[in-house]
Design a protein around this ligand. Sequence first.
Ligand SMILES: C[S@@+](CC[C@H](N)C(=O)[O-])C[C@H]1O[C@@H](n2cnc3c(N)ncnc32)[C@H](O)[C@@H]1O
Length: 389
Amino acid sequence: MSLDRSYQASFNENNQEFVIAGKLRPRNEAEIRPLAEALDAALGKVRGTFYLNVKRLARLNNVAFRVITNLVSQVCDKRSDLRVEVVTSSVMGWSTRKFLPLASRLPNVSVNEYDQDFYPGQSYLEEGGFIPILRAQTKLTWTHERHVLPRHGLRPGMAMADVCCGIGDFAVLVQKEFSPASIIALDHSRTSLDYARKVAADFGVSNIEYVYGDASEMILEDSQFDFVTCRHSLQVFDKPELILKELYRICKPGGRVYVTNEKNSHCLGEPRADSIQWTYNEVARLWADYKMDIELGPKSRRFLIDAGFEDIKMDSFMVTNLDGDPQGFADIIQSWENVYAGEMARDRGDSPEFVAKFRQGFQDHIYAALHPKGYAGWPIWAASGRKPL
Ligand SMILES: C[S@@+](CC[C@H](N)C(=O)[O-])C[C@H]1O[C@@H](n2cnc3c(N)ncnc32)[C@H](O)[C@@H]1O
């Protein structure tokens, strides 16, 4: 049901969920009568909990707010069996503030800001602990990706989005080397976005727009980007297919979506190969315990096909200690050790003996990277697919 060009409303009876999205700014109550009637009818069909989903509601004026809350209040007054959960988002921070008073007035109404704590690895990725990791990684992956990206279709003048942009260094490098017409870089970490804006300012880059948002529920319009990137992020979010669906949606028909992911258990090094191998097998297990799949790299092709893309291209490359200064490689490994064998292992409750052995593998990887005859590697899969015309 589409009731107005500026907003959409729909009811899913199976989920008992009424979704309102877009901009709801009627001049008077009569203008949103169809919405009020649909909401009233939906409330009448539900037992137990009714979900009023306003996650993607970008604007809501007082006229519409009054209509919705009056209706909910009336129904709740009559039906003490009914619970109404208003699902808001931190991306639309105002919506939580606006609906909270309704919850304090009515005992059967609650407000749930869904993206407070919405994927298991979130706190590690959003609170800044990953910043040293991301900084160290992009420096070395760029030496490969700058050659890989044109094969996947990146050209000057394109409209580009970098979804789950982290600290935004990739967007800056792309801007400098490939001169896209515009870049929108989106992430759900305010700490990383603050950092990203600072990096862009330091480099004098002004045409990257950094946006706070959830990659699995973006407030970006359909079919507007020629090239959409999402690096090392399908592997951290517990429902990668939801992010891919959104990448597909915002990509223009004929445009391409490019993703990179790892398979950490294939990290390697000589000398001390066995200890290194043991630790990276454990990294994969640790991540799986947090519902993250750091083994996703080679699965990218399947994910892209299942999301509806065609003309899949796939590359893998090995970042190594020979890509430049070996210390740059060692810095990546040290940053992994700090977070994986630090807070993540601690929060999982790992024993001191386990953590010591876990740390040793990272140190051995560093040893291999800095050894005059050593070799150390970190494999990455880059994959892209075209959205059908
Ligand atoms: C491993 S980092 C990679 C960052 C960057 N693409 C890079 O390669 O350096 C993963 C990023 O995904 C972001 N992220 C994960 N799930 C997200 C979601 N649902 N919406 C937006 N950002 C998300 C995290 O905040 C984090 O910045």
